[in-house]
Ligand binder design. Structure first.
Ligand code: CMP
Length: 139
């Protein structure tokens, strides 16, 4: 294990339903440190670029539309084994399959509107962090 950084996003569904506070409380209770955070309203191009790896998937267009429907809250989290620990807090992509007590089980409504995002590996985290934050914005 090592100290890692990961990109977390509180997605538009969870921002709109007033879940920023409860989700950040879980992050802080888990001992992960928030190094950067900013509300962002993604353009269609920004959403499409962020999810470019899913371009061939049938849900790509709908996913990009969902991500632009309102502001989201991208964050940089840091901590020991942060990538996996944030994914454990999130739960499975599909809230119907997420474990009890996870963020997606409690706050997500569908496999698309699933409340939060987290990087899946160190290389992805580096790319995704840079997508939203420059060095001067990470504290
Ligand atoms: P995320 O962890 O941000 O990574 C890709 C996103 O695509 C995922 O969360 C969901 O929001 C969405 N997604 C994944 N699978 C599906 C699916 N089968 N149908 C609709 N959206 C999906």
């Amino acid at each position: 294990m090592s100290v890692q950084r990961t990109l977390a996003i509180i997605k538009p569904d969870a921002v709109a339903s007033g879940k920023i506070g409860p989700i950040i409380a879980r992050i802080e209770a888990a001992g992960l440190t928030i190094l950067a955070a900013r509300l962002a309203r993604l353009s269609a191009e920004q959403a499409a670029g962020f999810y470019i790896v899913h371009k061939a998937r049938p849900f790509y267009g709908s996913l990009c539309a969902f991500m632009t429907q309102g502001p989201c809250l991208p964050m940089v989290l840091e901590g020991e084994d942060a990538i996996q620990r944030w994914r454990d807090l999130m739960g499975a992509t599909d809230p119907a399959k997420a474990a009890a007590g996870t963020i997606r089980k409690e706050f997500a409504s569908s496999i698309e509107a699933n409340a939060v995002h987290g990087s899946d590996a160190p290389a992805t985290a580096a790319t995704e962090i840079t997508y939203f934050f420059n060095a001067l914005e990470i504290h």
